[in-house]
Design a binder for this molecule. Structure first.
Ligand code: 13P
Length: 341
């Protein structure tokens, strides 16, 4: 196994108070986000949008790694330079989403299992050839009074562990993403209960598959009440609940925990990450960082709207949103940067 390489890549991903930017939306998801803003849902528009992101100047000050999608890793800038080359030359590590999406779990009508293990070894080898150094796989867990079922938690944890093992065999750092969804009316405590069970199950499976914990990254949800829960939580409540849960469930050998944003507003996601680092950073065994998609991209996408003359404005917003989260890693996010967005 590529032990030292995995350890080096994982620590580079969390170094210098930086985090990841996920731009790995599938064609369907990207088109949905475009449609909501009346941007044409074409390959050309997706290309131009991703070019806007990868050519944002100074992005590497806050972003250590970019998670790409299969379509994007094969694309080039209009002058023919491959996106991967631009990313690497900027000092950013290229990564790739390798799951094939969450599909209905047979026998569990409201639950999902993430697919993509068949043929994964071959696909990983191709992505390594293209320059990827880490990968991502997202499992989705829905919360209600009686969900997720044990069957769904175990099936997804098993798939995550098998994916992680194949990644490490290929020399790619696995980003292990079990996402407990925000949708629903559940309380913060119910989110804690589910997230803790999910994380224990995932780490049990990772252990069984022999995963090098020092050469992986965990990408969990923050602990939050469901979107429809009447009792929303303060920044400190979220920070306390999230850190306490992670301390109970995530081994100290894991170098970094890089949160997904899950649809939180951009400023709120930064403020919550900031509260965690402000209160706990010096006492934690792992780095608490970000691997946001929407919480960095969405304000920039809304400024771009598919218009050439808005590219610079959108890039400025992307840069600032990334910087907000680097500040949040330092416990120095004040919301000041919001004024620039
Ligand atoms: P969000 O931050 O928009 O949830 O996206 C992160 C991600 O990569 C989900 O898999």
């Amino acid at each position: 196994m590529h032990r030292q390489m995995l350890i080096d890549t994982a620590s580079a991903l969390v170094a210098d108070d930086k985090g990841l930017l996920a731009i790995d939306e599938s064609i369907t998801t990207c088109n949905k986000r475009f449609a909501a803003l009346a941007i044409p849902q074409t390959e050309a528009a997706r290309h131009d949008y991703r070019e806007l992101i990868v050519t944002t100047s100074g992005l590497a000050e806050s972003i250590s790694g970019l998670i790409l999608y299969d379509e994007t890793i094969r694309q080039s800038r209009s002058d023919g330079t491959p996106f991967v080359k631009i990313i690497v030359e900027a000092g950013i590590i290229p990564g790739i989403k390798v799951d094939l999406g969450a599909k209905g779990l047979a026998g569990h009508p409201k639950e999902k299992i993430t697919e993509g293990l068949d043929g994964l070894r071959g696909r990983l080898a191709e992505y390594v050839q293209m320059g990827a150094r880490f990968a991502k796989w997202r499992a989705v867990l829905t919360v209600s009074d009686n969900l997720p079922s044990r069957g769904c938690v175990e099936a997804n944890a098993h798939a995550l562990a098998r994916y992680a093992a194949l990644c490490q065999e290929a020399g790619l750092v696995p980003i292990v993403e079990p996402e407990v969804m925000m949708a629903g009316g559940h309380s913060l405590d119910r989110c804690r209960e589910v997230t803790e069970e999910v994380l224990h199950t995932v780490f049990n499976q990772l252990y069984r598959q022999g995963i090098l914990l020092e050469g992986m990254i965990l990408k969990p949800n923050m602990l939050l009440p469901g979107l429809a829960c009447p009792q929303q939580a303060t920044l400190d409540d979220v920070a306390d609940a999230t850190v306490n849960c992670l301390l109970r469930a995530v081994p100290a050998a894991v170098p970094g925990i890089m949160f997904l944003s899950g649809g939180q507003a951009a400023g709120l996601a930064s403020a919550r990450l900031n509260a965690m680092n402000l209160r706990y950073k010096s006492q934690l065994p792992w780095a608490l960082s970000f691997s946001f998609g929407r919480a960095i991209q969405q304000p920039a996408l809304a400024a771009w709207l598919g218009k050439k003359d808005q590219v610079i404005a959108a890039q400025n917003i992307l840069y600032y949103r990334a910087k907000c989260n680097r500040d949040a890693r330092r416990g120095q996010f004040t919301g000041e940067a919001e004024k620039h967005c």
